[in-house]
Design a protein around this ligand. Structure first.
Ligand SMILES: C[S@@+](CC[C@H](N)C(=O)[O-])C[C@H]1O[C@@H](n2cnc3c(N)ncnc32)[C@H](O)[C@@H]1O
Length: 265
């Protein structure tokens, strides 16, 4: 099931709560020591990564490049950001974009938010590192790490969620455990890991139901799991979970990891 603009918008408040604050502070310190950065956002979606970055008061980029394979997402990103930044909006895969030598070693900051867990980790990491200048930063927030929790528990949780995790990622990225595997994958490159921290998504009802668009977000997650597993058990499981969502009883946790890394040379 493909993701939609509405899903990316609904994800915003969930990500805002989840992002690791210690790593954001370190990013801010590292950037303050430099001038205005040259910034590339890989898998930029509808541009929320830069929007949040600017709202956090981090140093405004001297230039910004958004790369995404989805032309429709990038059109939205361009509309959202064109008054705020000098930008390029490039419809491309990471693989194609990073094969252009004029982009190599060019960026002070390479952002890939909620990205490395959906692609082939080895080649994608190499491509991202190639884009950073020596001494440049790579920031990989919201990297899924293979733990999905729903409460209250349901007898089919283990079966459905194990099968769901097997469907995540592509071509040898080690299933869904990219958050933890990234550490040793980085060790094979000339980079220093500056900070690692957890950034779990936690969506829970409050007295007034789910905040912002988070009921929609959770409904989309259930559809995604049901569609990915595609079994009668998953269908029955998702239907029971939707009932709990409607009654504002469902708690969801997804374990994720943020990384901040510096390229040595
Ligand atoms: C989970 S979304 C995250 C979007 C955005 N970073 C955010 O967090 O709001 C992943 C994005 O990566 C894009 N994408 C997936 N594979 C890609 C690839 N190989 N190269 C470039 N973009 C890709 C998708 O179109 C989608 O916009």
């Amino acid at each position: 099931m493909s993701i939609s603009q509405r899903y990316l918008e609904a994800k915003r408040t969930v990500d805002d709560r989840a992002l690791n604050c210690r790593i954001l502070s370190r990013l801010s310190e590292e950037l303050e020591a430099q001038g205005a950065p040259s910034f590339v956002d890989i898998g930029a979606g509808i541009g929320i990564g830069l929007e949040r970055y600017l709202e956090l008061g981090l140093p405004a980029p001297r230039d910004y490049t958004a790369v995404d394979e989805s032309a429709s997402f990038l059109e939205i990103a361009e509309r959202r950001l064109r008054d705020r930044v000098q930008g390029r909006f490039i419809v491309s895969t990471l693989e194609d974009f990073s094969s252009d030598p004029s982009e190599h070693g060019r960026f002070d900051i390479v952002l890939a938010h909620a990205f490395l867990d959906i692609v082939d980790l080895g080649p994608s990491l190499q491509a991202l590192i190639r884009l950073a200048r020596p001494g440049g930063l790579l920031y990989f927030p919201i990297t899924f790490d293979g733990e999905t929790i729903f409460e209250p528990s349901h007898p089919s949780d283990d079966e459905v969620l194990e099968q769901y995790h097997e469907t995540i990622g592509s071509g040898g990225n080690g299933g869904s455990k990219t958050g933890r595997r990234l550490f040793h994958a980085l060790a094979t490159h000339p980079v220093d890991v500056l900070e690692i921290g957890s950034s779990d998504w936690i969506v829970h009802p409050t007295e007034g139901g789910y905040p912002a668009e988070e009921a929609f977000f959770l409904g989309h997650i259930l559809e995604m799991i049901e569609g990915a597993v595609g079994s009668p058990v998953a269908k029955e499981w998702a239907s029971a979970r939707r009932g709990e969502l409607e009654k504002a009883r469902l708690l969801y946790i997804a374990h994720q990891v943020d990384y901040l890394v510096r390229k040595r040379y």
